[in-house]
Design a protein around this ligand. Structure first.
Ligand code: FE2
Length: 137
């Protein structure tokens, strides 16, 4: 049971952290890079949506497992397998997404001058949104 609890805690913590991270990317990082380099990163946003769908499967499996008050050994094994499968599905998609960001997003950030990076870093998402409505710098 300790292993299952560990998986539950790690899974939910990871999903919460990733949700916050994705929000930052969609609210500030991607709009900035799209504006700065005149690129489209909508495929990365679609992957975020897919990650949310996979995350919902993990949460559903967690809820199903936690919702069983006194499962038989067979029921528990089935629920545990479903949770592990959902976690692997999420992990597989996350790994692919992170590799794509490493190939696409990181190089663009590394192209910025120190001054450009500082300007980006210090700006709020609201300020970045204003920039994207202006002519590209
Ligand atoms: Fe991302």
């Amino acid at each position: 049971m300790i292993n299952v609890l560990f998986v539950l805690v790690v899974s939910l913590s990871l999903l919460a952290s990733m949700s916050s991270h994705e929000h930052y990317e969609e609210a500030k990082l991607y709009p900035f890079l799209c504006w700065k380099y005149e690129v489209k990163l909508s495929f990365l946003e679609r992957e975020h949506e897919q990650l949310h769908e996979e995350a919902e499967k993990v949460v559903a499996a967690v809820e199903e497992l936690v919702g069983q008050s006194n499962p038989t050994a067979e029921e528990f094994a089935t629920l545990k397998t479903r949770l592990v499968s959902a976690c692997f599905g999420y992990d597989s998609l996350l790994r692919r997404h992170l590799l794509e960001e490493e190939d696409c997003v990181i190089p663009m950030l590394l192209e910025l001058t120190p001054q450009e990076f500082e300007q980006y870093y210090d700006a709020s998402a609201h300020e970045v949104a204003k920039w994207t409505k202006q002519t590209r710098k």
